[in-house]
Design a protein around this ligand. Structure first.
Ligand SMILES: Cc1ncc(COP(=O)(O)O)c(C=O)c1O
Length: 419
């Protein structure tokens, strides 16, 4: 492992949490150079919802490369991109009666967020962006300026301006309706709060400790956006693409965001790709006004098109929700067994977490799970939430196995043995 310590920057982090030399991946497992298998409840931080090297996508990709298909295309029209757009419209947008234009920003999540912020400012002529406590949207300056996490914000090294932080659903406890609070702040001529261009929200704060906003709260936020002429931007980069059980995390709610950001698992294969869905009348970009060299990752379009086959019927979604219920049930039982250690179960679908009472316990538990060959990370500003993010295609046996490991490690931590 010396080469990494000698040559790679100190900024590296996941190799510290998961200190193995990984050589290959298949489905919900990674294998190290000695062929030792690790169960993956991390799934590339949500970029591998369909697992490692899903066979159908790999086949399409190999055929495409073999045929000298275009790899890099900026935003030129290519067969691969055209097929993706067609499939996305037919499989995702039309069945949901959604009408959006698709913008391809640079290929990472933070690129999508940056372009959404720019567009909101351009459309409204306002400067401020409203964001929420515990939010995470990426590491470039615009995204950092709408992040709650102090450690990440400090990394910017300069003032993060033109944003307004407001309390997320439940931030002050169940009794306080934060939508009412935000409404007062926006309405009042004495609050010192300028009217924002947009509100950007995660329906589940995946990095921020797995807090979920209720349907009622999100609908309330949308009503506020309409009332004050702000855009509603949903950052579905981690909670979308099936993670919360449906393709978009806000399905079955009365929500029509003005902009939706997707990335992570949109390519289906872990290949870099991001997009913004834009309400057509807000698509006021001039040609080339927002661009970037790597917007046309055609290899990603190939796998993304294949990935969408999962969404042709409701079966995949039903299966994710079923496995989510199974996992949640097991976590609730764990909470009941160890109330002195666990302070709640959070999340939706297969984006679940257990809240640990002791702030240091999250990292210790993640480390302990790794020693039992389970990759699992923590979430929250204090890393106090153990975050389960298995690939959505995981089989029941592997899911149960991972949950057994978590149970065993929590039990060992408590100094107890489960009967
Ligand atoms: C909700 C959300 N938005 C944006 C991002 C940033 O994505 P990227 O790391 O690809 O820039 C992340 C990454 O974890 C995320 O979870």
């Amino acid at each position: 492992m010396n080469i990494f310590e000698e040559v790679e920057s100190e900024v590296r982090s996941y190799c510290r949490s998961f200190p193995a030399l990984f050589a290959r991946g298949e489905g919900c497992r990674l294998y190290d150079q000695d062929n030792v298998a690790y169960l993956d409840f991390f799934a590339g931080a949500g970029a591998l919802n369909y697992g490692h090297n899903p066979p159908a996508m790999k086949k399409r990709l190999l055929e495409y490369i073999e045929g000298n298909g275009i790899t890099h295309g900026l935003d030129m029209a290519t067969v691969a991109k055209g097929r993706f757009l067609q499939k996305f419209r037919d499989t995702i947008l039309q069945p949901r009666n959604m009408h959006y234009k698709v913008q391809f920003p640079g290929p990472t999540g933070t690129n999508a967020v940056e372009s959404a912020l720019k567009l909101a400012r351009k459309v409204t002529g306002r400067e401020k962006i409203l964001f929420f406590t515990q939010a995470f949207h990426g590491m470039t300056l615009g995204s950092l300026s709408i992040s709650g996490n102090m450690f990440k914000r400090e990394g910017a090294g300069l003032p993060l301006t033109n944003t307004i932080c407001m309390p997320y659903d439940g931030y002050f406890g169940e009794e306080i309706d934060t939508i009412e609070y935000i409404d007062r702040m926006l309405e009042s001529t004495g609050s010192g709060v300028d009217l924002p261009a947009a509100a950007i929200v995660e329906t589940i704060q995946a990095e921020g400790g797995l807090n979920s906003a209720s349907r009622q709260w999100l609908e309330g936020l949308q009503a506020l956006c309409r009332k004050y002429d702000m855009l509603l931007i949903v950052d579905d980069i981690q909670a979308g693409c099936g993670r919360a059980g449906t393709f978009f995390s806000f399905e079955n709610m009365n929500l029509e965001p003005d902009v939706v950001c997707l990335s992570k698992s949109i390519s289906g294969y872990g290949l870099p790709m991001a997009l913004c869905l834009i309400r057509p009348d807000l698509d006021i970009w001039e040609p080339g006004e927002h661009n970037g060299t790597f917007r046309g990752n055609n290899l990603a379009f190939i796998t993304a098109t294949e990935a969408l086959h999962h969404w042709e019927s409701g079966a995949f979604s039903a299966d994710i929700l079923r496995k989510g219920r199974l996992a949640e049930q097991r976590l609730r039982e764990l909470e009941e067994s160890f109330p002195e250690l666990i302070d709640g179960v959070r999340g939706r679908g297969l984006l679940l977490g257990i809240v640990l009472r002791d702030k240091d316990m999250g990292s210790q538990l993640s480390k302990s799970c790794f020693q039992s060959r389970l990759l699992i990370e923590t979430s929250g500003a204090d890393s106090d939430v153990l975050k389960l993010l298995p690939p959505l295609i995981i089989d029941d046996e592997s899911l149960e196995k991972g949950l057994d490991i978590i149970e065993d490690r929590v039990s060992a931590m408590a100094g107890n043995v489960l009967v």
